[in-house]
Design a protein around this ligand. Structure first.
Ligand SMILES: Nc1ncnc2c1ncn2[C@@H]1O[C@H](COP(=O)(O)OP(=O)(O)O)[C@@H](O)[C@H]1O
Ligand SMILES: [Mg+2]
Length: 269
């Protein structure tokens, strides 16, 4: 069962624009006999960061994989901008404006930064009907965005991604959502194994994305990171969304307690 608090009124860009970017309606995902996600309902609004927290194995990554087209729900409906979707690949989800940043898979080390930035969405020019990559244009755009997200140690978009630190990779991946004006950015534990400074930078790039009215689903097991970044927080337990709270409703300690308590009692209100 899921009980969802509506987004806060007053000055909330999500409420002003009304419709959610993505809505999960009674979605389940079963692997063999086990349900990774069971009857989950969830909405993410434009310009809001929805935190998703819960124990290991609660089903958080499965939610992300269903929205991003890696796996299909066993039952239930996913709607993007009010229309039901059933993506058969991550590429389809991306074309619908859904950008995903995974802990490890965000960036291909062997490729140049600009290649990574435009992966699957390259800019082309046609000459006599033949498509040519607009390389210098892509390098220029990528250089500008690297500067914008504060990647000052990067000399050129032509260097390979192997030269980037973990935090720099995440910032590059997040800045893609910004450039392509995605509707929704899915972040599955983007801060794992990052330094304090890198963490701060990545959190700043999340803010920049939010300011563009992009909806963000942000998974992190560190409540100290989630609470400042999120507008609302959904708590998951054993495949179900047990509670959705507003940022101001709980302190970091209370949120940690709520996650722990979701394992011992049934929150249905
Ligand atoms: N491809 C899969 N095949 C079988 N079981 C899976 C698969 N992916 C996830 N699971 C199971 O589904 C549950 C939820 O996993 P996951 O969504 O990764 O949780 P979380 O991200 O919250 O830690 C776990 O019990 C996990 O073992
Ligand atoms: Mg996970």
């Amino acid at each position: 069962m899921s009980v969802e608090a509506p987004p806060a009124a007053r000055g909330d860009s999500a409420v002003e624009s009304g419709a959610p970017v993505v809505e999960l309606k009674d979605v389940s995902c079963r692997f063999g006999k086990n349900f990774a996600v069971e009857h989950a309902s969830l909405s993410i609004y434009p310009g809001e960061v929805l935190g998703l927290v819960g124990d290991n194995g609660a089903g958080k990554s499965t939610i992300v994989k269903m929205i991003s087209g890696y796996i299909s729900p066993t039952s239930g409906t996913i709607e993007v901008m009010g229309a039901p979707v059933s993506f058969s690949s991550p590429r389809q989800a991306r074309e619908a404006g859904i950008e995903t940043v995974y802990q490890d898979l965000a960036i291909v080390s062997e490729m140049s930064l600009w290649r990574n930035f435009f992966l699957g969405q390259e800019l082309f020019r046609r000459v006599l009907g033949i498509p040519f990559l607009r390389v210098s244009e892509m390098v220029r755009v990528c250089d500008a965005h690297l500067a914008e997200v504060g990647l000052t140690s990067v000399r050129s978009a032509r260097q390979t991604a192997a030269t980037l630190s973990g935090g720099e990779r995440q910032s590059l991946a997040i800045s893609r959502a910004n450039y392509f004006e995605s509707r929704l950015l899915l972040l599955d534990e983007p801060l794992a194994a990052l330094s304090v400074r890198e963490t701060r930078r990545v959190l700043e790039s999340i803010e920049a994305v939010k300011a563009k009215n992009i909806g963000v689903l942000y998974i992190d097991h560190n409540m100290d990171h989630v609470l400042p970044a999120a507008d609302r927080i959904a708590i998951m337990h054993r495949g179900s969304i047990s509670r959705v709270v507003h940022k101001g409703d709980l302190s970091v300690d209370e949120l940690s307690d709520a996650v722990a308590a979701s394992g011992t009692e049934d929150h249905v209100g």
